[in-house]
Ligand binder design. Structure first.
Ligand code: FMN
Length: 175
């Protein structure tokens, strides 16, 4: 097995998971900065991690747009976010449908981890976006359960990263 971990991380939580995974697999973890499918040709197992931003897995198009070029490789994606992991509809439906179109869903194994969101670290753009989202959701007349949850998540302030959470991913990669 020749794995590589690639990540895109603005505030560091995805990077932390990427480094923990790489450490366990004794392989490299590299940042997704202008990488192309061709850069992955030497590896048979690609583990991609990205933070969730409005349900989009940061930079995951490196995998999804190149799915045919990556044919034959074991493809693993992990997300980090602040939505509780028991919100399975969110992860298994909304996030999957937003990021994996058509049959790409069947070609990639996806794991979800808890990330961090510290208000004191957020950029002004992100803080403003969360404020606007909270206002929009709070004004809904008949908010869905997810929309109500979103309002509370906009005020989330904490680090929920957990190294132990990578075990299932490691087991799958080593299978
Ligand atoms: C503007 C903004 C949008 C976000 N959207 C989501 C989201 O849709 N789902 C989620 O679970 N977390 C969301 N988060 C939380 C981030 O995914 C979480 O902080 C993640 O750990 C960030 O990864 P990073 O530290 O590697 O950048 C959002 C955070 C910000 C600032």
């Amino acid at each position: 097995m020749k794995p590589i971990v690639i990540y895109k991380s603005k505030y560091g939580s995805t990077k932390a998971y990427a480094q923990w995974i790489a450490e366990e697999l004794s392989c490299e973890a590299i940042e997704n900065k202008g990488l192309k499918a061709e850069d992955l040709s030497d590896y048979d197992t690609i583990i991609y991690g990205g933070g969730l931003y409005a349900e989009v897995i940061a930079g995951v198009t490196l995998i999804t747009k190149n799915i045919s070029k990556l044919e034959g490789k074991k493809l693993v994606v992990f997300t980090t976010g602040i939505t509780p992991l028991d919100c399975r509809d969110y992860y298994d439906k909304m996030v999957m449908e937003k990021n994996f179109k058509g049959d790409t869903q069947t070609k990639v194994k996806v794991f979800n981890f808890m990330g961090k969101m510290l208000m004191s670290e957020l950029s002004l753009v992100h803080r403003t976006a969360l404020k606007a989202l909270k206002k929009l959701m709070s004004e809904k007349e008949n908010p869905s359960e997810m929309e109500r949850l979103l309002v509370t998540l906009c005020d989330c302030d904490g680090d929920f990263t957990d190294r132990k959470a990578i075990k299932e991913l490691l087991d799958y990669v080593k299978e």
